[in-house]
Design a protein around this ligand. Structure first.
Ligand code: TLP
Length: 350
């Protein structure tokens, strides 16, 4: 049977053999009462990797971001974030529906708003205005194709936030991709924020789970919200054991392979007539392909590729997203490029 080459998302990753072995012999306990040894160990490990006092294990990144919003703000406050931030575009409006917050969106195509734009967006103290309370950052930035916003910019935003008495939350669903790209420890990036959310279930390969890290007092508050939102998960040890392996140095370093595969794919795709990729933006495990061919939409290309066992995501009429992960090898990338060429030949002939 033909192997399906799945380049839609890095959330498709399956646990490694090492994760499974470690998970099934893990001791278990009731994590709601702090009695699951693996969860306690994972939370301590994540806090130390991120340079924060404490962290909390959560079922998803969406819940991690939502809880961060809840612990930093009061209803009616305003949050400044990049216009295409995942929190604003892809978390079901939880920021409004659950946290009751106002959103001030600022565009920043390198992945983060300019500090000066943020400064201008901060509300003056006036009884008519919502209170600006929080800035949310995202690294890597999902909708701009897994790009890593300049660290100096994030540092300038953190400095500005301190001057203005604002808090900063970092959606670091793919923070370790950014850390591998920059060649610096994740904690150096996390230092740009008070709280940071990381995902274990994307490129790192764990089946489930995210962590929210930050000051001990806020993480204690987060424990209340996790319970309120139905995220108290009892015997989490199997999942957390996978998370501990996910955060091991070798597993984090492996992300570089996904980045190399994305670059290889991008370099092959730009050679094809009528295809454009901004190679400077292929920094981690995403490739955004711009189709400049008459009579071919991103949707059509995705459908043709699917018939041949290559799965990709059309994100608009002209843009296709490819995401590499541990489920696709270098050989798969070369095979996928061949398939793209074959379906294009067929399209031109018919
Ligand atoms: N992103 C998902 C989809 O929601 C689009 C994906 O397929 O990658 N922050 C960022 C930057 C994300 O990309 C995601 C997931 C989340 C937060 C939410 O994480 P989960 O899916 O665990 O709730």
């Amino acid at each position: 049977m033909q192997k399906v080459i799945d380049l839609r998302r890095d959330t498709i990753t399956l646990p490694t053999e090492e994760m499974k072995r470690f998970a099934f012999q893990a001791p278990l306990g009731d994590s709601v009462y702090g009695e699951d040894p693996m969860q306690n160990e994972l939370e301590a490990l994540a806090a130390s990797l991120l340079g924060k006092e404490a962290s909390i294990f959560l079922p998803s990144g969406t819940m991690g971001n939502l809880i961060a919003l809840l612990v930093h703000t009061n209803r009616g406050d305003e949050v400044i974030l990049e216009e295409n931030a995942h929190i604003r575009t892809s978390e079901t409006g939880g920021i409004g529906a659950v946290a009751g917050l106002m959103v001030r969106a600022i565009r920043g195509e390198d992945g983060a708003p300019d500090p000066e734009d943020i400064r201008r967006a901060i509300r003056p103290k006036d009884i008519h205005y919502p209170r600006t309370r929080l800035i949310c950052l995202e690294n890597t930035h999902y909708r701009y194709g897994g790009i890593v916003p300049p660290l100096s910019k994030l540092q300038a935003i953190k400095k500005l936030a301190e001057e203005e008495g604002l808090r900063v939350h970092l959606d670091g669903a793919r923070l370790f991709n950014a850390s591998v790209y920059l060649g610096i420890p994740a904690k150096d990036i996390a230092a740009c924020a008070d709280t940071v959310m990381i995902s274990l279930s994307k490129g790192l390969g764990a089946p489930v789970g995210s962590l929210l890290a930050g000051p001990r007092e806020l993480i204690e508050e987060a424990r209340r919200y996790r319970k309120m939102l139905g995220g108290g998960m009892r015997q989490t040890g199997w999942l957390c054991a996978c998370g501990i392996v996910a955060l091991s140095p070798g597993n984090i370093a492996r992300l570089a392979e996904d980045h190399r595969n994305a670059r290889l794919l991008a370099e092959k795709l730009v050679e094809i007539e009528g295809f454009e990729v901004d190679l400077s933006k292929v920094q981690t495990n995403f490739v955004l392909l711009y189709i400049r061919r008459r009579n071919l939409t991103a949707y059509r290309l995705a459908a043709l590729l699917k018939e041949k066992g290559v799965l990709v995501t059309p994100v608009s009429e002209t843009v296709v997203r490819f995401v590499t992960s541990k489920e696709v090898t270098r050989e798969d990338i070369l095979a996928a490029v061949d398939t793209v060429k074959r379906v294009l030949e067929y399209e031109t002939k018919t």
